[in-house]
Write a protein that binds this ligand. Structure first.
Ligand code: NAD
Length: 469
């Protein structure tokens, strides 16, 4: 792709209804997104079903080669993609943000191409021979959120394509341009109809989840929408992978060094300005080091520049939309009104354009305060004091979600022991939120079910078949 303008022009509809997408940092227009309908979705599913058998017949090696070419294409257009992502989503180019996200798309395409998947011999005792294979599903629906639109779409489509499926993507109505542009680039060498984007609203998502010709839905988004998808997919007994909301706890053990961990704690919480499913959203700190951790976190947080994503200096950006801004502001206001201590932030500038909410740290807050118990999905971290590890574990496990969690201590044995007691799909030690294409990732409790990434992630995009004999 030659330039940002050429990339944007290539996804701008020339016919049909369109919608103006606004930059969350400035309110100025970013581009025009198509408004696709349920009929458009049906046509995309039909085209996907027609393209899928030939794709499946290519075999793993050829499909992996195609994913590697797609990764090259993403790298060639990386800067234009990052710029569009920054303008539409709000995240800065720098820091673990837009350029990082585009880099992750290429990395995941490559890793998925190289992930091993062999048929397993389950029994071979001379009398019985049984093998476990994974056949393609057919057409897969990919429904995604607005926080990491390119990366999460890649997480959904790369294993689906590798396993011989066709894919119809339904991006969030807040960030369709990022997904349209990414898929445009990935599609350069793929067969017509195999991978397409239907840029519609909830009705289009609901139709995808109930569509009789769709065999599986990969969904990343809120727990409430995940429950709606379970219901609408029931009549067709669709396979589902659900990556839903989280409210991840971090537990700092009393022997941790506050100054040494402050930077990693901060990024664990405020990556993508807190708008991350597996971000640190509640921090439990032992009373012995509580004030020191608060002080070190405040120092690091105060030094992180927030502003327009296209400014190379910024590492924190605006919230992506008004609705999310209102959630964060309401939770912080309620925490302040309850008597919690605001260490930093909590005072948005009403005159500033865009959905900027300042980096906020809240101390001396009860575990049942809404800022702790509800998912804030923004740059506001509650820090809760505990006195026994049993109490911290009980508070961490008290919610009905369990995506990630973390334990912080130089004593790895002690940290692993606490990790094993936490009800979460992933527990990190001395870091939070680090994902890796080789390591399975998925939620516990109402954070969802099914695994993504690695060989387990590939298996989730196939139909298990036993060949017995
Ligand atoms: P959301 O659930 O509102 O929307 C996600 C997608 O679902 C959108 O594309 C939307 O159009 C579609 N949708 C809405 N109603 C639908 C329906 N009835 N049927 C089918 N599709 C429907 O989520 P969001 O606000 O975009 O994302 C934020 C949430 O996502 C947070 O709760 C966050 O924790 C979660 N999230 C989870 C992960 C994870 O991996 N677990 C990753 C990112 C975000």
């Amino acid at each position: 792709m030659e330039s940002y303008d050429a990339l944007l022009a290539s996804i701008t509809p020339t016919t049909g209804e369109t919608r103006t997408i606004l930059d969350p940092a400035t309110g100025s227009p970013v581009g025009q997104a198509p408004v696709h309908t349920v009929e458009d979705l049906d046509a995309a599913v039909a085209a996907a079903a027609a393209a899928q058998p030939a794709w499946a017949a290519l075999g793993h090696d050829a499909r992996s080669a195609a994913l590697l070419k797609a990764a090259d294409a993403v790298e060639r257009s990386a800067e234009e993609l990052a710029r569009l992502l920054s303008r539409e989503q709000g995240k800065p180019l720098n820091g673990p943000n837009a350029r990082f996200e585009v880099g992750a798309c290429a990395a995941w395409l490559r890793a998925t191409a190289g992930t091993p998947l062999e048929a397993e011999t389950v029994v071979d005792d001379g009398e019985t021979r049984a093998e476990l294979h994974y056949r393609p599903i057919g057409v897969v629906g990919a429904i995604g959120p607005w926080n990491w639109p390119m990366m999460i779409t890649t997480w959904q489509i790369a294993p689906a394509l590798r396993m011989g499926n066709a894919v119809v993507v339904k991006p969030s109505e807040y960030t369709p341009l990022s997904v349209l542009a990414l898929v445009k680039v990935i599609n350069e060498d793929l067969p017509e109809g195999l991978l397409s984007v239907v840029s519609g609203g909830r009705d289009v998502g609901a139709r995808l989840a109930e569509h009789p010709a769709v065999g599986k839905v990969m969904f990343t988004g809120s727990t409430a929408t995940g429950k709606a998808i379970i219901k609408s997919s029931a009549d067709t007994v669709k396979r589902l992978t659900l990556e839903l909301g989280g409210n991840d706890a971090g537990i700092v053990l009393p022997d941790a060094d506050p100054a040494a961990i402050a930077q990693d704690l901060l990024w664990g919480a405020f990556i993508n300005t807190g708008q991350t499913c597996a971000a640190l959203k509640r921090l439990y700190v032992h009373s012995d080091i509580y004030e020191d951790v608060c002080e070190e976190l405040t120092k690091v947080a105060a030094a992180m520049p927030m502003g327009n994503g296209l400014d190379e200096n910024n590492v924190l950006g605006p919230l992506q939309n008004q609705q999310q801004y209102d959630i964060v502001a309401k939770l912080v206001d309620a925490a302040r009104d309850s008597g919690a201590r605001i260490l930093l932030g909590g005072d948005p500038d009403p005159g500033q354009p865009g959905y900027f909410y300042p980096t906020t740290l809240v101390a001396d807050i009860d575990n049942n305060n809404p800022l702790v118990a509800e998912e804030q999905f923004g740059p506001a971290l509650p820090i809760i004091r505990y006195t026994t590890v049993d109490d911290a574990v009980a508070m961490a496990n008290a919610l009905d979600v369990g995506l990630g969690a973390s334990v912080w201590s130089p004593n790895l044995d002690a940290a692993r022991d606490v990790a094993g007691r936490l009800e979460a799909g992933t527990v990190w030690i001395n870091k939070h939120g680090a994902v890796d294409p080789r390591i399975p990732f998925g939620g516990a409790k109402q954070s969802g079910y099914g695994l993504e990434f690695g060989t387990e992630g590939l298996k989730a995009l196939g139909v298990p078949q036993i060949i017995n004999g």
